[in-house]
Design a protein around this ligand. Structure first.
Ligand code: G3P
Ligand code: CA
Length: 288
């Protein structure tokens, strides 16, 4: 195991590359802009390599304890946190994640590709994160227990993914948060079959249907699956979409923010929050 954990952490030490981080106490969290929750997308992924501890730590260190990440299975069935179905873009490996063993993943670097912005809040310059790796979900749950509101996307389509995730969440005691500022976990997916499996394996957790846009039909699909939320693209969301979702008993948060306009559109639509790669800048734009 790469991780040493001590009790109900406010400090974690990761072996190998890895530095000691100080996590935020609940009173110092400032992720929510008014009632609009900013969710660090793949961690603070504008300034550190996505879905690595560096990106997640950077979000927490800047006050954002709502973290979105993606989970897939390795060839030997281990849930790992990576977005693409291929290793090539974000690691020194190649080929499909689903055909890579955990041992192979552990041999890869997941940060060398990232060109850290000179004006970012993380480390600066090329190869600043050359020691990052692909975390397993289990390591993540140990490391951030009690400190993160995790928005976990079931990314891949393996039928056993949801049950494996459910087993780990239960083992480490991750529960539905009572409010966005609380630690806990909720589930999302673009894949209706994964949401159905998630609802079966984790009926006590909120599930959200990720899609491009809200329609009466997609709301009905979400309701039928048992989702509590529907998550449209921020680039097109409207207040009418949010009203329609609410009429179906669904809450809305968005994704896909690429610009200030997208952020403002999401905010004024009445959505409850959004994922964003640059949460600190988003907080300043919303000025709350
Ligand atoms: O917040 C959801 C968002 O993460 C979905 O898009 O492609 O970044 O996983 P993607
Ligand atoms: Ca995602």
């Amino acid at each position: 195991m790469r991780l040493a954990v001590a009790g109900a952490l406010h400090r974690s030490k990761v072996a190998g590359n890895r530095r000691i981080i100080a996590t935020m106490s609940p009173s110092s969290r400032k992720n929510a802009s008014g009632n609009f929750t900013l969710i660090a997308h793949r961690g603070f992924s504008s300034d550190a390599p996505e879905n690595t501890y560096d990106a997640i730590d950077l979000a927490i260190e800047n006050g954002f304890n709502n973290i979105e990440t993606d989970v897939q299975l390795t060839s030997d069935g281990v849930p790992v946190l990576i977005h693409d179905d291929m290793l090539d873009r974000t690691t020194t490996g190649s080929g499909p994640v689903a055909e890579a063993s955990l041992a192979y993943l552990n041999s890869l670097d997941a940060g060398i590709w990232f060109d850290a912005p000179a004006d970012g809040v993380g480390r600066h310059g090329p190869a600043s994160y050359g020691d990052a790796f692909v975390p397993t979900l289990e390591e993540f749950l140990q490391r951030y227990e009690g400190n993160v509101n995790l928005h976990l996307e079931l990314k891949s389509k393996e039928p056993e993914l949801a049950a494996k995730v459910a087993s780990l969440l239960a083992e480490y005691g991750w529960k539905q948060p009572k409010s966005p500022a609380d630690a806990g976990v909720s589930i999302s997916s673009f894949v209706p079959e994964q949401l159905e499996r998630g609802r079966t394996a984790m009926p006590h957790l909120d599930h959200g249907y990720l899609l491009q846009s809200v329609t009466a039909e997609t709301c009905q699909v979400a309701v039928k699956i048992g989702c509590s939320g529907i998550y449209p693209n921020a680039q097109t969301v409207t207040s009418e979409d949010v009203d329609m979702a609410k009429e179906h008993g669904l809450w809305v948060r968005t994704w896909g923010v690429k610009s200030e306009d997208d952020l403002l559109r999401a905010h004024t639509s009445g959505a409850a929050g959004t994922t964003v790669d640059w949460p600190l800048r988003a907080q300043k734009i919303l000025a709350v």
